[in-house]
Design a protein around this ligand. Sequence first.
Ligand SMILES: Nc1ncnc2c1ncn2[C@@H]1O[C@H](COP(=O)(O)OP(=O)(O)OP(=O)(O)O)[C@@H](O)[C@H]1O
Length: 312
Amino acid sequence: MLEIKNVSYAYTAKKTVLKDIDFKVKKGEYIALLGESGCGKSTLLEIIYGLMDLEKGEIQYNGKKLLGPKYHLVPGHPFMKYLAQDFSLMPYTTAAENVGEFLSNIYKDKKNARIQELLEVVDMVDFANIKVKNLSGGQKQRIAIARVLAKEPEVLLLDEPFSHIDNFRKNNLRRSLFNYLKEQKITCVVATHDSTDALSFADTLYLIRDTKIIANGTPEEIYLNPKNKYVASFFNEVSEVANHDIGVDKKGVSILYPEQISIVEKSSIKAVVNGSYFKGTHYLVEATLNNTTLIIKSNRPYAKNEEIFIKI
Ligand SMILES: Nc1ncnc2c1ncn2[C@@H]1O[C@H](COP(=O)(O)OP(=O)(O)OP(=O)(O)O)[C@@H](O)[C@H]1O
């Protein structure tokens, strides 16, 4: 069990980056830290990895306090691997050599089999003998992922692990990597601003804003019961509509995803179309209802200024 206990952190006296961050990660669990750029996700990963000395709070692993750089000649912990956004690869050696850098040379066959296995996880077998400097950004990122897995860490900390990888490969890679981590029971904490990383694979999400965790729970819990528009808009387009405008007999507003609003032949709620956007499997129709903008999922486009009827 990895425990983040009441951690606060400030780089300078003027600006606190994280305040009272507190959560636990069970063995084999995958946690996603979500938040806007600059909200402190990377800082939190660095704190967990032991790159910062803490004035307030502590990190524990299996009940033992993990110490910061003041207490270690080489910061970090042997059972934990951290993949930073800069990859830290060796450019003048091959992809395979990078993956195997920290593996023992005593049993060559075992080492090669392990490198092959990891290259398969990240779908980079064909590039094994290419020098890293000649790989694309996305390929380097895949090699960097394989490299941090090489020595079977118990805990893996990944900072935006798919940021350079194209959509074509991203989905396959996510499935392959997270299935591998689950099989191996590797605990994983991922910092990401990409909700797909979080929604489809994470066991628990933590959404960070203004130094604090503002929402946490399973992807389903957070997506289906967002506390407010900010939380919901992390995952999807949202409309915030006054309840009295949509016939809901309750004070306040409703936060609605596009799939929660439909266009029907006739109803008591009338809106005017601003535009329609093709999304591959559907269209998003933007419309105005009493000065509020609605984003509606539809199976066909509607013309600008067309009057439509809405059902919630
Ligand atoms: N070494 C540093 N010294 C001073 N301030 C820093 C340092 N590193 C980060 N910061 C500041 O701390 C805040 C949090 O940065 P951090 O990199 O943790 O955010 P992030 O959520 O990971 O962002 P991104 O998604 O863009 O990587 C930012 O305001 C950043 O400018």
